[in-house]
Design a protein around this ligand. Sequence first.
Ligand SMILES: *Cc1c(COP(=O)(O)O)cnc(C)c1O
Length: 237
Amino acid sequence: MLDQQEEATYIRDVLDRKNTILQEIRDALNRSHQHHDVRVIAVTKYIDETKARLLPMAGITDCAENRLQVAEPKLAAHMPVLWHFIGPVQMNKAKKVAQYFDFVHSVDRKELLDALDRYRTVEKPLQVFLQVNISHEPQKSGVDPESVVDLAIHCLSKAHLQLAGLMMIGTRYDDMTLVRNEFRMLRGLRDDLLERLSLPKLELSMGMSQDFSVAVEEGATMVRIGRFLVLEENPRT
Ligand SMILES: *Cc1c(COP(=O)(O)O)cnc(C)c1O
């Protein structure tokens, strides 16, 4: 448990780091002549619920978890935030993910779309991102770029799901031009999907602590930031 003093310090630190991130996002948008909004999602997997509870007081509106077990105590705290699921979804967890979360960023197969649609009982559709394995790495999760259209069409046929966009996890290169190229490929895929399926809008969920500025320059509309926002750590120094 934190005492009152420690709580106030934590809230102030998160607020400072959030403001730094927002400034970097504005700079990245200016450099690349873009004007859209970028939503900052706080990845809370590193902290427990006693700290997570404080995030709304630092102006955090969106939180994300990659494992249901780690998420559950925080979901139970009924924080005034939107919840995003960003990790691999096992079939036996699909029901809880469909019912507890507002967004799922990590959908990569039809059976999972079927399960999420079946278990989504609340009136608001579940917002679904298709995770793309842009670098074709066998050990990475995500659908192959060639199969995205097919999966998107399947998603659009589901009454309780809404296709929100595409998601990727950038490879940890030392060379930022390589990860930039991956982000650019996802954006190309998104633009292609918009045109082929005549959709008005699709989000791009890409960029983490290390690479969010580059992701925003390449068109990210949602960034998922953990260490740099909720911990003291600056992974870029
Ligand atoms: C942990 C995680 C993040 C946040 O990573 P940081 O490097 O801590 O910012 C983003 N996306 C996914 C899918 C994650 O698992």
